[in-house]
Write a protein that binds this ligand. Structure first.
Ligand code: ADP
Ligand code: MG
Length: 317
């Protein structure tokens, strides 16, 4: 549905997006995940034809966004990071203005307005001034203008930023709803956000694509390690001797708790799973040293994200 090839955007000497390539298939919800400044908005602005690229190509449904802009743009609805809402207009007035700009035939406009306001649950506020609406409703009106004309692809830049937890849940439900009939791409700098609604996550860091997969696969592929933590009876020396025979896990730390027991932390290959625990159990029981506690934790998607983006913070530029 969308093909992005070798996209690069430079602002002077600063490269905001660097050689980005990916494909978006029809009928899924995709998440652009990356810290602030990663290049998400720049990429979305280019994909929607709002910004020129320095290099590279974007095709929407086979149409080049730069060379066949009109056909390509017909296929996308876009909610930018700062939607251009007209505060002194009502949602109905604003949406009919956008509908005309999108060249929806005049006689179809009233019906189309009703449809988008019903989908986004904004009929109740259709005739109030936009400036008096809550942030949640403003965002719904923004989404309503994006889906006017029923485009195949809906692109939403940080759709839940600045909303309260309840509004976030409502917007997420709306996005899931839209995902049933459209291809949706949304961006966020919050992992839990994309994890909650997206089937595929594209992780962007410093203008580069560093991963693209399902949330589950990302966890599996990149979070290569299991951590096993245990407390067992014995002195540090006794425990070191027992652990010398354990082959499946690497000792990451060992600490004498001062009550005749030690705390031990091991790292193992994810694929070895329970085998490490089994090996530890037999090694300690053979030595006559009881294990008092044992837990395993799998590296989370959060860890993957931190690792891939190098714990990158907002670049402040
Ligand atoms: P994100 O949406 O992921 O937070 P952006 O795409 O907004 O990231 O920005 C990517 C990088 O490009 C940042 O370093 C930002 O400072 C820079 N940038 C964005 N817009 C401009 C601009 N108009 N002029 C110069 N630099 C810009
Ligand atoms: Mg942004």
């Amino acid at each position: 549905m969308i093909e992005v090839k070798h996209l690069t955007k430079r602002y002077g000497s600063h490269t905001a997006v660097s050689d980005l390539s990916f494909t978006i298939e029809k009928g899924q919800i995709y998440g652009f995940l990356g810290p602030n400044g990663a290049g998400k908005s720049t990429t979305m602005n280019i994909m929607t034809g709002c910004l020129a690229a320095t290099e590279g190509q974007v095709k929407i449904g086979g149409f080049d966004i730069f060379e066949e802009a009109e056909q390509a743009k017909k296929l996308i609805g876009y909610l930018p990071e700062q939607p251009p809402l007209y505060l002194d207009r009502t949602p109905r007035e604003y949406l009919s203005f956008v509908a005309r700009a999108k060249k929806i035939p005049e006689k179809k406009i009233p019906e189309e307005l009703e449809r988008v306001m019903a989908v986004t649950a904004t009929l109740d506020v259709a005739d109030r001034l936009i400036r008096n609406l809550s942030k949640g409703y403003k965002q719904r009106v923004g989404i309503a203008q994006a889906i006017l004309g029923d485009p195949e692809v809906i692109i939403l830049d940080e759709p839940t930023v600045g909303l309260d937890p309840r509004q976030i849940i409502e917007i997420r439900d709306l996005i899931r709803q839209l995902g049933k009939e459209h291809t949706v791409i949304l961006s966020s700098h919050i992992l839990s956000e994309v994890q909650a609604v997206c089937q595929t996550i594209l992780i962007i860091s410093k203008g580069r694509l560093v991963a693209c997969d399902t949330p589950d696969n990302l966890e599996r592929l990149f979070a290569g390690t299991n951590t096993v933590e245990l407390v067992a009876e014995g002195t540090e020396e006794e425990i070191r001797r027992i652990l010398a025979d354990v082959t499946l896990g690497q000792v990451a730390s060992l600490r004498d708790l001062g009550d005749g027991s030690c705390f031990i932390k091991l790292q193992s290959d994810q694929s070895k799973g329970n085998a490490v625990c089994r090996e530890l159990f037999f090694a300690f029981s053979k030595a006559g040293k009881p294990i008092l506690r044992m837990t395993t934790t799998r590296a989370s998607l959060e860890d993957v994200f931190m690792e891939l983006t190098n714990g990158e913070k907002e670049d402040g530029k």
